[in-house]
Structures are given as C-alpha cells and as structure tokens.
Design a protein around this ligand. Structure first.
Ligand code: MIG
Length: 809
C-alpha cells in the first residue's frame, strides 16, 4: 500500500520536462502614459489600462508590481512577506522625456517610457546590473505574466530553493509547483518546495530577484534563448523585488529581512536524529535508543513515523503500539532523547467518533471546492480532508490540536505530505476548483497550493509556541514556500540510496542556503532502496556537517542504522557523530549567524569567495560558516580526491599540515577520512564529547584552536545561549570574541547576560618555541600550560572575565 503508486507518479514527473514559456504568444505591456509620484516611488499608467507600482523599500531594494489591462488590486498580501512597512530611504526621481530615473544612494532604476523597460544600475558607477530585454508580458486569455531580463554571457544563477539540480542554474529551466516526488533524481522538476527567489552573478557582483507570485511559476536561465532569461507565472501579478548587492551576503540579509529570519531552533535540533518508517511498538523504539547508548553513539531525537497513530488518524496514538505515550517519551528523555512525531495534513473524513474530523467539519475549517462540496483527497487514512490554514480560527484550532502530543512529552513535529500529496492526483489538475479563504479573496487552488505547506507549518509552529511557552518550537517540513524558514526546518524528502543521490544532496543544500533556508538536511543513507556500508559511511561524512542530521529509511528498505554493517563501519560513523557534537559550539555560532544575518551556515565556496570564478560551479565541496571546508567523497572505491582551495592558507583538519590555496590539490581520503580544511585566520571553537545536547560531561570545557593566517593573525566570535528558550531575544546570550596576534591571545566575553556552567577554557596555538606564558601580564603557573612538538596548550578556568594570554619565546 505504501509505495505502489509512487513509481508511476515518478516516471510521469521524470518524463515531463518543465515546459518552456513561449513569449511569442504574449502581449507586451503598453507604453507609459502617466507618471504619478507617491511617497515611496512612482506609479505608472500604461496604454491599454495596465498599472505599475514602483516602490523604494531600502537603498538596495526596489519592488515592481504590475497588473495588466487593469488597475492594481486593492489587496496587497503575500504569505511570504514578513516585513510590510519600510521607512523609505532617501531617494530621488528625475523625469525626462525618454525616461524616468529613480535613485537611492546605491541603486538606480531607469524606466524607459516607450517601450516600457526597466534597467537597474549601480547608483555610483551606473554599471548596468539587470535590465529588461523586452517589456513585461502578459496573456489576457490565460492570465500568464512574464518578465524577460537580458541574459549576460558571463551571468550565473543560484537559488530557487529546493531544486534537484547543480549549484549553478545557468542554462537551466525550472518550475515551482509543490509536488510529492518519491525517488526524485537530478533533473526531476519541480519537487516539494517553491521558493521563487534567485541570485544572479556577473563579474563578481550579485543581485537578487524575488518573484513573489505563488501560482505555478517558471524560470528560464538561458535554456530557450541566448538573449534573455524569463520568469513567468500562470496567474496573479508581475510582482518582484529587486535586490542589489554587490555582495551575495548582503542580498541574503535583505531577503531575510523581507521574508523573515529563521528563529533560533532548540540546540538539540542540531543533535543526531534517528528515524525509520516506522519504529513501533514502543519497546522497539526504546531498543533503538538503548542500542545508541550501549554503542556510545550520540543521539538527541527519535522520530515516530505514521504507524504510531491509530489508523493513521492525526492527533491520535495507537494504543496497542504505544499504550503509555507519556511513560514512553519519559523513558527516552531519561536517556537524553526527545521524541518527534509525524503529523500529516490529511484528516480522515466521515469517520464516526473521530473528533478531529467532526470538530473541523462543524466549524467549516476544511478546504472545499467552488461548488461547496468538500475536497476529499486520498492519503494514508483513506478519504481525507485538509484544513484551510488561511482561516485564522482554523489555523489556531490546528495548532491547539498538538496538545495530544505535547501533553505526552513530544518535543517536536514533523510535517510530511504537505504539498499536499493526494494519491488521487499528484498533479493538482483535478483540484483546480478548490478554493482557499485567503483573507476573503477566496483564492483559487492555482494560487494557493504552493503556500499550503507554509501555512500548515505556521499553524503548527504557533500552536507549539502556545503549548510549550518560552520553548523554541521545532517543526520539520517537506514542502514550503518562500518564508518557510520562519517556521520550519526542511528535509529533502524521498531521496534514494544511491551515490548519485548523495552527490546531488550537496548542491541541493547549498542552493537551499542561498534561498533563505539555512536549516536543512537529507535522509542519511538514503530513503529508498538499499544502502551499502561504504555509502552509509560516506553519507555520514557529509551528514555530520549538515544542519539537520537524520538517518531515515523507507518501510521496505533494509535497516541502516549506524551499527547495521558491523563495528568496522560503525566505528567510523561514531567518529563523525562524536566530532559533530564536539563541533557544536562552532555549528551553533554559525547557526546564530544564519538566524541574525540570513547568511546560511552551510555554504557554497562562492558565497565566501564571490570574486573567485573557480568557485562558480563547485558542487562537490562546501563550507560551514567562513572557516571550515569539506570535500567529501561522493563515489565508491575512492581513497583520494581533488580539492579546490580558494586563495589563502589552509590547514588540514586531521594533520594540521599547511596548504597554500588558490589551487587544486590531491588529498588522501580513505574511508575513515573526509577531507576537511580550516581557513588560516580562523579560531575553531569546540566542546567536549557529548551523548546528547545538554548532557553534563565529566570534564566541561570550551576549546579554541588557533589557525593563523600569513600575518600570524586569527580571530573568531563565539555565540552561546541556553539553547532552549526564547530568552536570547531579550539579551540572554553570550558573544565572545577571541583574537590572536603573534602569540598574543585576547579573550573577551563581550556581550550579553548568559552565564555558562563552570568549565575550563583551553587555547591551542601553533607556536613552537614558547618558554613562558603570561596571563593578564603575570606569569601563568607551568601546570596550566603545556608544550607539544609544535603547539602550546593553555588551560584556565572560565571566570566570565576577559583575559590576555602572551606566549613568549
Ligand atoms: O510516501 O510517512 O517523505 O519520510 O517516512 C510515504 C511515511 C509518506 C514520505 C516521507 C517519508 C516518510 C513517509 N512519507
């Protein structure tokens, strides 16, 4: 019953390439007939009755909104947008016969009147960043809208959220239509999520375009024309935001401001997680956790997949399989493990005595077709209905239903099947008459399918906020739309246990990170099929650095928990899981940066080295933050690989050996070793071995490994907080800066009110001939420091005060 439908669906999707849009059939918007200044821009009236509103939101952000052959509608609402009111920056407008120019301190927009074309330029140099190759287009019959910017010969494209494609999207063609794509492979498009945001890169400079239109959209970056790119939608407005960098990080920051920052998840969300379809009964689930503990493998979360429910009815427990849910979650918690339960959107319909259905039906919370009949889908419980999450009361009701789980000690919620998947029809064609309330607009399915999952995740997140006050909600989702980062972690759905799927996951992660979704991961070991031990190990050598780290397998897949292939492989996996936990101070700092700045923790090299053309298409290496570079092995039977290192000094993480960057080197990579490099100039923070996040180690410590650059300097900023509550928003965190300069280390717990428990601080510096160590100007007892062959290690208690260490030769 589980996957029989899937191969057929999958074949269908794989064989259907995203149909390119044919501009020849469309009309161009008319010439400008009038320009009216508004307090945040100008509004253009165009021949043929079209209207265009141009709004200056920030010095590097301008919004274009157009309605064709009609005036712009009154309602201006998007589920993606977090920030709706902007204080206009200083801007000017100049009206000339041929063009109107709007300028901020950073960005200039030239609006040609006839034909109406936009050109975005750098305000200071007038360098053309992006410009229409032809006026905006529309089709009055089909409601298609389109834009066609010029395509540069040296232009590269990134982003678009969850795409089963290479990092660089140049020459590619993509659609957005949330789809349940079991077993997707490179080229399957669309898949689960829709994030119509992309970055363009030319000559080292980056811009962003967020085409905020939730209809089925299409992007063509040179697949069908050598002269222009297109973005188009099957309805709605031509509504896009143009971001000017030139730094990619700046664009991502502005995008996060517009669509919302990822809130800090609980720190245990960075912990190791284990799942399968499905662990039951409770005793089996408990055995899994006990095995983790017995084998000294760290673990934070166990996931319960659909069989934990009573007949797949959401918000129930199967009382045979889990007779005492609270006792069960309590036992796991005592071992340091939290339980996450799956919640699908499908609610079993017409079921006598199932209160979730009857309450929702009574209050008119379910999606209906235009003629008033309920929309009945077919998912696990059989005939099912979906909630219209755009109704506030329905969303609130849904959120509150999670009491059935939180009261039993469940710590987080996993939202699956929310494209929404419907076994009757995965394409959505037969649901086109489904209507969504949507603020009274009664929006068609064509508009709201792509935002269904985000609204479900929002309702879930807000429910958890109410049910578990002052705890950071933890929600995982499969589908989503731009803005989903405000509510949920994403995982990349039903991947396969193949080397190709492992390799594909890297550009997918990097692309999600470049699309405002920093917290992501894939099923470790692959979901579908049989993984082999070598593949599983290599998968962990990627997974131990992905934000979301979860081993998961399909119902019919052989088991692939870390111990399933014997101790030789398990030992290697343990090594990486332990390293993951020791690196938590580093990962958590990078996570907080993503939360605060929109710059993802898992990055393509390009994001850190935007001027380096060698990085434009690197799909098989990635970085964590600015300092750690990973070059995993993604094919079988390899014991070495080539690694590109950008300019600068790099240290082999395992051997400490120095490498000169700006070149490609060959690196040994036997099965137990993933090539890892630390950037010269970095200070890598780490902690003790842990069984789980919040574990109390016997010997608590915080360690700083100093990797000096060519000037013998290095620095870092460490972020810490309680990892659990919302108190960090009110200043209960600690930001520590550490700098190292020619043998002098300045340690400054500079900012915030958070106090860690007692621990020691360890500083490790590559400095051979040290003879004396001073702390705050006085000699440090020789028992507090030691000298290795080419390094010095200093240990002091953390007394929450700043210190200066001097290592004297
Ligand atoms: O297609 O709940 O992607 O992770 O184990 C089956 C059962 C529906 C799809 C999810 C997968 C999950 C499975 N679900």
């Amino acid at each position: 019953m589980t996957t029989k439908w899937a191969p057929a669906v999958c074949a269908l999707l794989l064989s259907a390439p995203a149909a390119a849009i044919d501009l020849a059939g469309l009309q161009h918007i008319g010439n400008v007939t009038a320009v009216v200044r508004t307090d945040q821009g100008v509004t253009l009236a165009c021949a043929g009755g079209s209207e265009v509103a141009i709004r200056v939101l920030a010095p590097d952000l301008i919004r274009i909104r157009a309605a064709f052959a009609q005036k712009l509608p009154q309602r201006d609402h998007s589920w993606a947008i977090e920030k709706t009111s902007w204080t206009a920056p200083r801007w000017t407008v100049v009206e000339e016969p041929a063009e109107v120019r709007i300028a901020t301190g950073e960005l200039e927009l030239a609006i040609r009147r006839s034909p109406l074309k936009f050109e975005f330029r750098d305000a200071k140099t007038h360098w053309v960043i992006f410009g229409d190759q032809q006026p905006m287009l529309f089709d009055p019959k089909t409601s298609v809208v389109a834009a066609a910017p010029r395509l540069g010969l040296d232009e590269h494209f990134y982003g678009l959220g969850e795409k089963a494609a290479h990092l660089d999207k140049r020459r590619g063609e993509f659609a957005m239509w949330n789809s349940d794509t079991f077993g997707y492979q490179e080229g399957t498009d669309p898949i689960y999520q829709s994030v119509p945001f992309y970055l363009g890169w030319r000559q080292g400079r980056a811009y962003g375009v967020f085409f905020d239109n939730s209809y089925r959209t299409r992007f063509d970056f040179g697949a069908s024309s050598q002269e222009y790119a297109t973005f188009s939608a099957e309805g709605g407005e031509m509504n896009y935001y143009f971001f000017w960098g030139p730094s990619m990080k700046k664009v991502l920051g502005r995008y996060a401001e517009l669509t919302g920052h990822m809130p800090m998840p609980p720190m245990w969300a960075l912990g190791n997680q284990q799942s399968r379809y499905s662990y039951y009964p409770d005793t089996v689930a408990e055995e899994i956790v006990k095995r983790y503990r017995a084998d000294d493998l760290p673990l934070d979360v166990l996931h319960l997949d659909i069989h934990f429910m009573d007949r797949f009815r959401v918000f129930t427990w199967n009382s045979q399989r889990f007779p005492d849910p609270k006792g069960f979650t309590g036992k796991l918690r005592a071992m340091g493990v939290k339980v996450v339960t799956i919640v699908d959107p499908g609610i079993q319909a017409h079921s006598a005595g199932y209160s979730v259905y009857s309450q929702g039906a009574q209050q008119d919370f379910f999606l209906k077709r235009k003629d008033g009949r309920p929309y009945i889908a077919r998912v696990w419980p059989g005939d099912s209905v979906f909630v219209d999450y755009t109704k506030d009361a329905a969303a609130r009701w849904w959120g509150d239903l999670h009491r059935a789980y939180t009261d039993q000690g469940v710590a987080g919620i996993w939202n699956d099947m929310n494209e929404p998947s419907d076994f009757n029809d995965q394409t959505g064609k037969s649901q086109m008459d489904v209507v969504t309330y949507d603020g009274g607009e009664n929006s068609p399915y064509a508009k709201n399918r792509n935002v269904f999952a985000m609204n479900e995740a929002r309702a879930t997140y807000q429910g958890l906020q109410r049910l578990l006050p002052n705890q950071r909600p933890y929600v995982i989702t499969r589908a989503g739309y731009a803005g989903i980062q405000r509510y949920a972690t994403v995982w990349t759905g039903d991947n396969r246990s193949t080397w190709e799927a492992l390799a594909l996951s890297l550009p997918m992660f990097m692309t999600l990170g470049l699309s405002g979704e920093p917290f992501m991961g894939a099923d470790v070991g692959g979901f579908i099929g049989r993984t082999d031990p070598e593949m599983l190990v290599r998968w962990y050598e990627v997974g131990f650095l992905t934000p979301f780290l979860r081993n998961h397998a399909d119902m019919s897949s052989p088991d692939h928990e870390p111990w399933r292939f014997g101790t030789y492989y398990e030992d290697i996996i343990r090594k990486y899981l332990k390293l993951r936990y020791r690196l938590l101070p580093f990962l958590y700092t990078a996570l907080e940066e993503a939360h605060r700045t929109g710059v993802p923790l898992l990055r393509p090299l390009l994001l850190n080295y935007q001027d380096d053309e060698n990085t434009l298409g690197i799909d098989d290496e990635f970085m964590i933050g600015a300092d750690l570079l990973a070059a995993p092995v993604l094919k079988p039977n390899l014991t070495a690989r080539l690694v590109y290192l950008p300019k600068g000094i790099w240290f082999d993480y395992w051997t400490g050996a120095k490498q000169e960057g700006g070149r490609t080197i060959r690196v040994e990579a036997p099965l137990e070793t993933v090539p890892l490099f630390v950037r010269g100039g970095a200070i890598l923070p780490s902690g003790p071995n842990l069984k789980f996040v919040g574990d109390q180690p016997a010997d608590p410590l915080l360690r700083f490994d100093v990797y000096p650059d060519a000037q013998d300097e290095a620095s870092a900023a460490l972020y810490e907080d309680d990892g659990l509550t919302e108190d960090y928003r009110g200043g209960v965190f600690r930001r520590t800066t550490i700098t190292s300069r020619r043998g002098e280390i300045e340690y400054r717990p500079a900012e915030g009110e958070w106090r860690p428990a007692a621990r020691k601080l360890i500083f490790c510096l590559h400095a051979p001939a040290v003879r004396r160590v001073l702390i705050d100007g006085k000699a440090l007892a020789s028992s507090a420091w030691s000298r290795g062959r080419d390094q010095v290690t200093v240990t002091i208690p953390d007394d929450h005060r700043p210190h200066r260490l001097q290592l004297l030769r």
